[in-house]
Design a protein around this ligand. Structure first.
Ligand code: MN
Length: 231
């Protein structure tokens, strides 16, 4: 047997304090998981979490201490940043209970769920899938993964992103509507989680546009930072 073409390379994320790399399986994302962000998107009340996916090769992997680059994507005039805590799954499973979820987590990273908001809004209005607004090339910048045992009290961490040194989004992980364990419980009821899955857990309020030339700097307490230029 031989392949009809060269297989795509395995997408990996570096692990802080280690020479190991984390090979990525799928990227799951949670929609509207902070109250104030749900409000700014026009929604109120606690609804069950809902999910969408991005392809693994949409990641833009940015090593600590470097500035990554993403190209301003096609077909949009409203590219938004969404700073998010990313959970890296080390042990898979189905129907994982929230109280057992910690045993399935390898570590955490800082991520950006970059969004073509104009296209997403068009798709919402028409009741169509969000893929073109959310799952485009380079839509998932991510910093290195910090192993869970080195990450400290992540549930109480601060999360923020600045653009050009000015605050855009700033909140705390304890403001998640569905916390990390509850998110894993809901997600693993719908899909079998596998080692290598990444979960973008949702963004706090303050989402806004970036343009070519902007530099985003995001961070979460205990996880280091993610620095990215739009080119
Ligand atoms: Mn998001």
């Amino acid at each position: 047997m031989h392949y009809t073409h060269e297989p795509a390379p395995i997408v990996t994320v570096p692990v802080t304090g280690s020479s190991a790399a984390f090979p990525v399986h799928r990227i799951y994302c949670v929609g509207r998981n902070y109250v104030e962000h749900a409000k700014e998107m026009g929604f109120t009340g606690r609804e069950p979490p809902f999910f969408f996916l991005k392809p693994a090769d949409a990641l833009v992997v940015v090593p600590e201490g470097t500035t990554g680059a993403m190209a301003y994507p096609s077909q949009t005039n409203n590219l938004h940043h969404e700073i998010e805590l990313v959970v890296a799954i080390g042990k898979g499973g189905r129907n994982i209970r929230a109280s057992d979820a910690h045993a399935h987590i390898f570590g955490y990273a800082v991520g950006l769920d970059m969004t073509r908001r104009d296209l997403q809004n068009d798709m919402k209005k028409q009741g169509r899938p969000w893929c073109i607004g959310k799952a485009f090339d380079q839509s998932a910048p991510i910093g290195p993964i910090t192993p869970a045992h080195q990450a400290g009290a992540i549930e109480k961490a601060e999360i923020y992103v600045q653009v050009g040194g000015q605050d855009r989004q700033r909140s705390q992980i304890d403001k998640l509507i569905w916390n990390i364990g509850e998110t894993i419980e809901h997600l693993s009821a719908a899909w079998e989680l596998k080692p290598g899955d990444l979960i973008f857990t949702g963004t706090p309020e303050g989402v806004a546009a970036v343009v070519a030339g902007d530099v985003m700097q995001g961070a979460i307490t205990g996880l280091g930072s993610l620095r990215l230029k739009v080119v």
